[in-house]
Write a protein that binds this ligand. Structure first.
Ligand code: DX5
Ligand code: ZN
Length: 221
């Protein structure tokens, strides 16, 4: 199985959004990652339903929506209606995680749970039957272009264990500081889906960078 690359448009130039999405599609992106931030769960504010709908019109690729928001359930319906393919919520903002995940599935989206670097994986075990994607954050969320946290591969390895033990087929995604120097370590640890923002958009050839990242994985045993 080859690595799935999910470029994050957080660092894209929104003035050239159509061109940038076209570039990501041409470069072979497997999905587009959209970072919704509410200025409460994380300090930063980004975008919401309108951006999801806009990107939906620009590509038929799956839209992987990462909800860094409090009370995420308030937005499930409108985001699903806008064309999200998957909705990932943070366990830190989800006291009723099982109910929230099953609601996401009911709306026809893939149900994702994200854990911050300081959050234990323990609770995830309880919701494995309701989970389509587990996102292990490799930075503290809020901004693009941050440094990959070095202890992340160890956590990814434990997350992979948990999924295999529970016979879960959920995707295992990593997000934050993923680029040429870090992707192999988390691929080796068992991640299969890789969000990359800064490393793609600041590359000399952003379109080619998607393939470069994927190839690093296929060349790493
Ligand atoms: C971080 C976001 C990420 C971000 C990744 O809060 O969840 O998706 O866009 O950006 P890079 O790849 O630049 O760390
Ligand atoms: Zn993200």
């Amino acid at each position: 199985m080859s690595a799935r690359i999910a470029p994050s448009i957080l660092t894209a130039d929104f003035g050239q959004l159509a061109d940038q999405i076209e570039m990501l599609v041409a470069g072979g992106a497997d999905m587009i990652h959209l970072d919704v931030m509410d200025g409460r769960f994380v300090p930063n504010i980004t975008f919401g339903q309108k951006m999801i709908a806009t990107v939906r019109r620009l590509t038929s690729l799956p839209l992987d929506v990462h909800m860094m928001v409090e009370e995420p359930e308030r937005y499930f319906e409108e985001f699903a209606g806008a064309g999200a393919s998957g909705l990932t919520i943070h366990v830190e903002a989800a006291p009723h995680l099982q109910r929230q995940l099953s609601r996401i599935r009911e709306l026809g989206c893939a149900a994702g749970a994200a854990v911050n670097p300081g959050t234990s994986l323990t609770g995830i075990r309880e919701v494995l039957p309701d989970l389509d994607l587990l996102l292990v954050m490799t930075v503290n969320p809020g901004f693009g272009g941050q440094e990959f946290i070095p202890s992340s591969p160890d956590k990814v390895e434990r997350a992979r264990h948990l999924l295999s033990e529970g016979r879960s087929r959920a995707a295992l995604e990593v997000d934050g500081g993923i680029g040429r120097d870090t992707i192999a370590s988390v691929w080796r640890a068992g991640a299969d889906t890789f969000v990359a923002g800064n490393s793609i958009f600041s590359a000399e050839d952003p379109r080619a960078e998607i393939g470069v990242l994927r190839n690093i994985c296929s060349e790493t045993v």
